[in-house]
Design a protein around this ligand. Structure first.
Ligand SMILES: C[S@@+](CC[C@H](N)C(=O)[O-])C[C@H]1O[C@@H](n2cnc3c(N)ncnc32)[C@H](O)[C@@H]1O
Length: 303
């Protein structure tokens, strides 16, 4: 009898594609502040059944992308301004064979002390940077990736949890799902230039910590919005609103998640808005500010 041959993971993947039995990833491999996994039942009913390209320019963990992948006819254009996050997504798509042993090593060495050692290091290659990102994301407090606004250094404390690498099934599912994705480190203004009629756009910008319209009271919120050294401010949301208005004029379908505030309703008055209450446990800046409260959420839908 011929000896069993290990054909390798990439060959197995090709074989699966030939057999049309690909495993698909159904959930994010990165845990991200503001992630939409829990809100999917609210969001998905407003996503069209089918569209050509899918655009998600505030990607984070991409909860909505994973949930709607079956509706995408052509490609997914995914983007985020956090360079470390985007690098990890690309490594997960393109370099799994190299990434995997690095993550296994992190799992073997994992401890609180090791976390702080790794956090202080500066990786020398994109691959090392991706593995370090996934390790810190898996073990940081509340899975938060918070950057110092001056140095850009990641500064979240340890989260008192063990690091677990990914299973074969997760790696294979991600390879299949991400094969349709173009994933870029870029600002939403650049990413949204690519949108064409027939496409669908899902937007999940950082929520504004306070809405600074002079004629209404400042909202008493100080939620987490430091995903990158550069924060998302009111002028950014205003630009996004005018891009969305242009989409509507061109007949392009889009939707946005945001906090339900008078300011957001004003800026997006040309769209349909559905409000509901979400129960959130993570959105704070530090250990002392853990929030567990009801927050008013809006789904803004282009007409
Ligand atoms: C609320 S999170 C998205 C969460 C995501 N929907 C999920 O399910 O995980 C917002 C994201 O926008 C990104 N971001 C902030 N400013 C940006 C900008 N100007 N252009 C593109 N992305 C930006 C942040 O890095 C962050 O990942």
């Amino acid at each position: 009898m011929a000896p069993a041959i290990d054909i390798g993971r990439q060959a197995r993947r090709r074989l699966q594609i030939l057999n049309n039995t690909q495993i698909r990833a159904t959930k994010p491999f990165v845990r991200w502040a503001g992630g939409k996994t829990k809100l999917l039942p609210r969001i998905l009913p407003y996503v069209p059944e089918s569209f050509e390209h899918y655009h998600e320019p505030f990607l984070g963990g991409g909860a909505v992308f994973f949930a709607v992948q079956g509706r995408i006819q052509k490609r997914a254009y995914l983007a985020d301004l956090n360079v470390h996050l985007v690098n990890a997504w690309n490594a997960m798509r393109d370099c799994q064979d190299e990434l995997r042993p690095l993550l296994d090593e992190y799992q073997a060495k994992d401890s609180k002390e090791y976390y702080y050692e790794v956090r202080a290091q500066e990786p020398t290659s994109q691959l090392e940077s991706a593995a370090r990102f996934l390790y810190l994301n898996g073990t940081s407090w509340n899975h938060l990736w918070r950057e110092n606004s001056k140095t850009g250094a990641m500064n979240t404390p340890h989260g008192a949890r063990a690091f677990k690498s990914f299973s074969d099934e997760v790696y294979e599912g991600l390879a299949t799902t991400l094969s349709i994705a173009d994933i870029r480190h870029e600002d939403f203004r650049v990413a949204l230039d690519r949108v064409q009629p027939g496409d669908f756009v899902y937007l999940d910008p950082p929520y504004l910590p306070v809405y600074t319209r002079p004629d209404i009271e400042r909202e008493p919120t100080a939620k987490f919005n430091k995903y990158t050294a550069q924060t998302f401010e009111l002028p950014d949301l205003m630009t996004l609103a005018s891009i969305c208005e242009d989409f509507t004029r061109r007949g392009i379908k889009w939707m946005m998640s945001n906090r339900d505030t008078e300011g957001v309703r004003d800026l997006f008055s040309f769209a349909d808005i559905v409000g509901f209450t979400a129960h959130r446990s993570l959105a704070a800046q530090s250990k002392r500010e853990v929030e567990s409260h009801r927050s008013p959420e809006a789904i803004v839908i282009g007409r």
